[in-house]
Design a protein. Structure first.
Lengths: 115, 117
């Protein structure tokens, strides 16, 4: 059972380059999200999606784009990387509903350095 | 708006001693509260969650937390620390009465727990 799979694990970019962080889940979860983790700041929500074709902004969306063409995949795009985007990025997914539903399942992260 | 505050970015305890990690929350509606653990180079794993049932919640690996509405707190405890408990711990809150409240979590800044042999 793969869960949430993120690729690549590590990436180094030059300022201005673009790239896509991949996230895939095999649990048929409707909800998917991207967080960035920075020292002393915890995890901050970048974008989220509640189903194919539906995305919305989180707390820190600037500089990032997302799309959700399938239930399984939720890629995060950096169109023009900046040093401030150096961070560890986590993808997380869960089912949607009230009550005692499933918690967020996290991938193992992508460590991105922008020079 | 919802938020959580974790007091102490680093906590050190001796092996076998009590673990106490503090979390206070702010929420405009009765919240759901969570504790997650992150081991080095891994993603976050759920330790336990409070979803308005029993105020004392038991989680995995011997951890538990008590929801105290009067103190707006959700502190994490474990009676006897083990070396394997060394990790970073995150408190998180959601507002279940808002759209997708169960899923949109707001995280604290984390507490790194070190166990002294």
């Amino acid at each position: 059972n793969a869960g949430v799979t993120q690729t690549p694990k590590f990436q180094v970019l030059k300022t201005g380059q673009s790239m896509t962080l991949q996230c895939a889940q095999d649990m048929n979860h409707e909800y998917m999200s991207w967080y960035r983790q920075d020292p002393g700041m915890g995890l901050r929500l970048i974008h989220y999606s509640v189903g194919a074709g539906i995305t919305d902004q989180g707390e820190v969306p600037n500089g990032y784009n997302v799309s959700r063409s399938t239930t399984e995949d939720f890629p995060l795009r950096l169109l023009s990387a900046a040093p401030s985007q150096t961070s560890v990025y986590f993808c997380a997914s869960s089912s949607i509903g009230r009550g005692d539903n499933s918690p967020l399942h996290f991938g193992n992260g992508t460590r991105l350095t922008v020079t | 708006a919802q938020s959580v505050t974790q007091l102490g970015s680093h906590v050190s305890v001796s092996e076998g001693a009590l673990v106490l990690l503090r979390c206070n929350y702010s929420s405009s509606v009765p919240p759901y509260l969570f504790w997650y653990v992150q081991y080095p180079n891994q993603g976050l794993q759920l330790l336990l969650k409070y979803t308005s049932a029993a105020t004392l919640v038991k989680g995995i690996n011997g951890f538990e937390a008590e929801f105290k509405k009067s103190e707006t707190s959700f502190h994490l405890t474990k009676p006897s620390a083990h070396m394997s408990d060394a990790a970073e711990y995150f408190c998180a809150v959601s507002e279940p009465e808002s759209n997708f409240g169960n899923e949109k979590l707001t995280f604290g800044t984390g507490t790194r727990l070190t166990i002294i042999p």
